[in-house]
Design a protein around this ligand. Structure first.
Ligand SMILES: *Cc1c(COP(=O)(O)O)cnc(C)c1O
Length: 415
């Protein structure tokens, strides 16, 4: 579902003109569509209809409380990677019994917090984490539900920074070690083996690697059952890609079809951890052109958003569509769309054909995932405001940071 339309040249999200949002909340500003978030979730839900399945939104893709709350109201679970994310899920009305805790290392404090709240499962990623979790749970007089994140050694054919299921990856436990580690987990007194999980990467456009990984995981589940270790859920992670430019994107039903076929008739509950595909196309970054520089061979449009607001272009050379909020008649010219940060890597788009004047608004599309959550205060830039549109209403869901807040926790030396 695309929440954007153009009317008389003016770009609108749901029933509101983006120019009105900029006038009311300022720029740079992230804008999310509740309808698009809901549609993305329903796409998964309908693909999983009739199956015993739980959709756990990967909080790191977008952890704004309003976004989490939209998913909590729809009955989502959550995939978290830190105590901070767990606190956000609780503040947003999420159900801890539907939370899975991923991540290559968890502190004892994070383990205690999650055990106290009674989360659904810890996705454990190493032998030493098993021992540590057992010790922490024992200290609290609790039993920790665990799943092992198994590394199926499958290449998802995506960007190397977001490939996570190869043998050489820091994530998960090696496939060959999994059996022995499950036996260890089953023997530890304060752990309860609950499930198994894998997550092979992100922005995956081809369902075959996920299906291959699932096949390997299921082979392991059957082997474990034969050795007396019952697995109650199979968590197949996230990773489904979205359209940034012209990628051929599958619906959730198409993407999940091979997985659902492989797991058909099995008793285990299925868990999924989608992040990007639930929020990516539901958000945009609204920015204003501050300065146009027409130079030898290159034209620059310096906008008020920068790599600190949206780092994906600088970090992964990611491509985001950039649209004028009000289209201008006449021919465009190629522009480098850059921010004011003191780095040559500070760009949002290369070589974009646009007809621009200073003061124009631009919408950087598909910025709902790994946008605000990866933002920083580099160059002492306050973080952008976030707005959620719901029909004809726009709600400020995070006010723009104030400059005084940037150094409010700092101190100078005495004397
Ligand atoms: C990042 C991550 C996800 C979500 O990945 P997407 O590509 O955003 O769907 C799911 N599970 C784990 C363990 C992750 O690290």
């Amino acid at each position: 579902m695309n929440p954007l339309q153009r009317q008389q040249g003016a770009l609108r999200i749901e029933d509101i003109a983006l120019a009105d949002i900029a006038a009311r909340f300022g720029t740079p500003c992230y804008v999310y569509s509740r309808a698009a978030l809901t549609a993305a979730f329903e796409d998964y839900r309908s693909a999983l209809a009739g199956r015993n399945a739980l959709i756990c939104f990967a909080v790191k893709a977008n952890s704004n409380l309003a976004v989490l709350n939209v998913f909590a109201r729809l009955g989502a679970g959550f995939d978290i990677v830190s105590g901070g994310e767990l606190a956000r899920v609780m503040a947003a009305g999420g159900d801890p019994a539907r939370v899975v805790f991923s991540g290559v290392s968890k502190t004892e404090m994070e383990m205690e917090q999650a055990l106290d709240l009674g989360i659904r499962c810890f996705n454990v990623e190493s032998a030493s984490e098993l021992e540590r979790l057992d010790a922490v749970a024992g200290r609290l007089g609790k039993v920790a539900p665990v799943s092992l994140r198994v590394n199926p050694d499958v290449d998802p054919k995506t960007h190397p920074y977001i490939s996570t299921g190869l043998k050489t990856s820091k994530f998960g436990v090696p496939f060959e070690d999994a059996l022995a580690l499950y036996h260890r987990a089953a023997a530890l007194p304060h752990l309860r083996v609950e499930g198994i999980d894998c997550h092979i990467g992100s922005q995956i456009l081809d369902p075959a690697p996920a299906a291959e990984a699932a096949g390997k995981i299921i082979g392991l589940v059957d082997r474990l059952a034969a050795e007396g270790i019952a697995i109650h859920h199979i968590d197949l992670g996230g990773g489904k890609g979205i359209r940034y430019r012209d990628e051929a994107v599958l619906s959730a039903a198409e993407y999940l079809a091979p997985l659902l076929q492989i797991t058909a008739g099995r008793p285990e509950q299925l868990l999924f951890e989608p992040g990007r595909s639930l929020v990516g196309n539901a958000g945009l970054l609204l920015t204003r052109v501050e300065v146009l520089k027409h130079g030898e061979g290159k034209n620059f449009a310096v906008v008020d958003a920068a790599m600190n607001d949206l780092v994906r272009p600088a970090l992964y050379d990611a491509w985001h569509d950039i649209q004028p909020v009000q289209s201008r008649p006449g021919p465009g010219q190629p522009y480098e769309i850059v921010g004011p940060v003191c780095e040559s890597g500070d760009f949002l788009g290369h070589d974009r054909d646009l007809a621009l004047a200073e003061g124009d608004l631009l919408a950087i599309l598909s910025a709902g995932a790994y946008g605000m959550t990866m933002s920083s205060n580099y160059n002492s830039r306050p973080r952008a405001a976030e707005v959620m549109v719901d029909g004809a209403s726009a709600h400020l869901v995070r006010r723009r940071e104030q400059i005084s807040e940037l150094f409010g926790q700092e101190a100078i030396l005495p004397g």
